[in-house]
Each structure stands twice: as C-alpha cells, then as structure tokens.
Design a protein around this ligand. Structure first.
Ligand code: XBP
Ligand code: MG
Length: 236
C-alpha cells in the first residue's frame, strides 16, 4: 500500500485538548448560573458522546435528575456551547494547549513527501483553525486539502460520515489513506469508512478497546517507529 493521504482527527490526536474542553464547558455553565461541574471522572463518561452540544444534551438527559428543561432548550444549548467555544479558543490563543509530540514534524515530513493531508473531526471549525494557526502558523490551511469538521455532516463519530465527507472532497479511495485517531469513537468512524487506522492514546482513551486498529502508540515522539510501522516514506 502506498499511502496517498493521512486523515487526522483533532481532539486528543493533534493535541491533548479534552481537559481544555472540559474546563471551558465548566466556565460556560458557571457564567450561566448553572450548578453543573464536570470533573475528570464524569467527563470520561461524557466522552461517550462526541460533539459539544450533543455532550451537553447527553449530560442533561442521562446524568441530571430534577432538572426541568427550559422551553427553548435547543437554543440554550447552542448558547452554552458558543460561550464554551469562546473560552476554549481563548485558551488555545493563549498557548495553553500545544500540539502533541511529533505532530508538527509528521505534518512537515508528509507534506515534503507529497502526501495529502486532511482533517476529519467532530470539533467546531473555529477550534480547528485556532489550534492549527497557533501550532503551525498563519498558513496552516495551506497544509490541508480538506477540513472536515463540526456540523457539516448529520452524524458525528462514531458514525463514519465525516470520513466519507473527506474522502469525497479528496476524491480518494479509503484504501489509499490512513487515519490517525485517539479514541474508540474515532476508530469506529474511520474503520466504518474502510480506512486503515493508527491510534495515539491519551489520558482519557488509554484503556479503551482498539481492536481493529493497525497500530497503537502512546504518542508520536518516536516518529521513526511510526514511519516504519505505517510504511510512510522516511524523510530524506
Ligand atoms: C472530540 C469531541 C469534541 C470535543 C468538543 O471527538 O468529541 O466534541 O470534545 O468539541 P473526536 P466541540 O476527537 O473523536 O472528533 O465542543 O467543538 O463540539
Ligand atoms: Mg479524538
């Protein structure tokens, strides 16, 4: 297999973002006078559902008792999520969430080798652009031939929709790509789209079941090992 494209998940994969998301949700709740606080243990459970708005609704439906939803609940969730996104992107702009080890070099090496790069994530577009502008520079968008994110598809991961969207945009076959993911939800999405998938784990995903993955790494600090495992061309 000659790898023609690498499709990157964002949260947990390009950067260790989930605690930044968690703290930003909590700030949005506090500012809206909600006595909700997501600690690490609870957030681990809430990560079962991808997408920030979907996660808030899952929390309300499955973890709250005695809460009466306001009549405009959908709008309220959108508002909370907007406030959360403002806090999260401020953290990114402040440099609080760096790219994970090896990511910047992998992107540079793959680009130099003529491999197409793309984003396939559930997170919001402004989160992707801010993370990558800070991590890669103002010209970050030139690196990626497709930027699949947020609400552009009807079903978020573990549904394969975002991967199908990206494959379509790139007009490339799944057999010519690899995906880089960090979670079982991401893995289910990429495998369902027929894409060979490598995993880098993090605090929240370390103990998940990655059956079906082509390889599982703690991180990409040893890029040589990753290139040997994937068959990606080593830099000259
Ligand atoms: C990541 C997510 C995201 C973030 C929050 O999943 O589930 O929803 O937690 O982002 P994956 P938003 O890495 O599998 O794509 O609040 O912007 O939705
Ligand atoms: Mg992820």
């Amino acid at each position: 297999m000659t790898i023609k494209a690498i499709l990157f998940d964002v949260d947990g994969t390009l950067a260790d973002t989930e605690d930044g998301h968690r703290k930003s949700f909590n700030k949005a709740f506090a500012e809206n006078n909600l006595p909700w606080n997501w600690d690490v243990e609870l957030y681990d459970k809430l990560l079962k559902v991808t997408g920030g708005k979907e996660r808030i609704k899952y929390f309300v439906d499955s973890f709250l008792t005695g809460y009466t939803k306001p009549a405009d609940f959908e709008e309220f969730v959108k508002h909370l999520h907007k406030v959360k996104t403002a806090h999260y992107t401020a953290m990114l702009r402040d440099g609080q969430i760096p790219l994970r080890p090896g990511i910047k070099q992998l992107i540079r090496d793959a680009r130099a080798a003529g491999i197409t790069l793309a984003i396939a994530t559930t997170t919001s577009p402004e989160n992707v652009s801010t993370l990558l502008e800070v991590g890669l520079g103002k010209d970050w968008a030139d690196y990626f031939a497709a930027n699949g994110c947020g609400d552009i598809v009807p079903h978020k991961k573990p549904a394969p929709d975002i991967y199908f969207w990206v494959l379509d945009k790139l007009t490339i076959a799944p057999q010519d790509c690899i995906a880089l993911e960090d979670s079982v939800n991401g893995l289910r999405a990429s495998l369902a789209a027929g894409i060979k998938t490598y995993i880098t784990t993090n605090h929240y995903t370390r103990n998940q079941d990655f059956a079906g993955a082509a390889g599982v790494f703690d991180d990409l600090s040893d890029l040589g090992a990753f290139y040997r495992a994937t068959g990606l061309p080593l830099p000259k």
